[in-house]
Design a protein around this ligand. Structure first.
Ligand SMILES: [Fe+2]
Ligand SMILES: [Fe+2]
Length: 173
């Protein structure tokens, strides 16, 4: 594995762990607003992000490299002023992560790292889903006005989301 690939993969572990912390912080804010269903959705998101980080962690190890963890920045919640803004922030963040994942794919091609080129495809597909999910909730909130009984109903709906354990590249999570 080249140094360039090592650096970009360790940086992505950091990005995914930041994502986990961001979603945990958003879960806290939503819970504070009594939107417990949305908080549940964010907690599941948090766990998935941690698994995304572990995917890169084990990929490095499987390739004979020790993962290097570095400091995680404090989540920036300044834009998260109401439920709609929370999901707009999530969407913006996922768009940023998609750009990171695409850069990894580009690097894999440049460095002719075929194993990484194959591994990263799962993340490319996952990002399509991540952006679609955040967009759907953001649009639903726009549709219902984001307050009162309709907000309560959407909160109930998001409370039904269940966590499924899965680490990319690992058969058993
Ligand atoms: Fe992720
Ligand atoms: Fe994500």
């Amino acid at each position: 594995m080249t140094d360039k690939i090592k650096t970009i993969l360790n940086a992505q572990i950091q990005e995914e762990l930041y994502s986990a912390n961001l979603y945990l912080a958003l879960a806290g804010r939503l819970e504070a607003w009594n939107l417990k269903g949305m908080a549940n959705w964010m907690h599941i998101q948090e766990q998935e992000e941690r698994n995304h980080a572990l995917g890169f962690f084990y990929f490095l190890l499987n390739r004979g490299e020790e993962p290097v963890l570095s400091a995680i920045a404090q989540p920036d919640l300044s834009a998260a002023t109401d439920a709609s803004a929370v999901f707009a922030l999530s969407l913006n963040h996922e768009q940023h992560i998609s750009a990171c994942i695409h850069a990894i794919y580009e690097a894999a091609k440049e460095e002719k790292d075929y194993a990484l080129e194959s591994f990263i495809r799962w993340y490319i597909d996952e990002q399509v889903e991540e952006e679609a999910n955040a967009t759907e909730i953001k649009e639903k909130l726009k549709l219902i006005g984001g307050t009162g009984p309709s907000l309560y109903m959407l909160d109930q709906e998001l409370g039904a989301r269940a966590y499924v354990a899965f680490i990319p590249g690992k058969t058993v999570a």
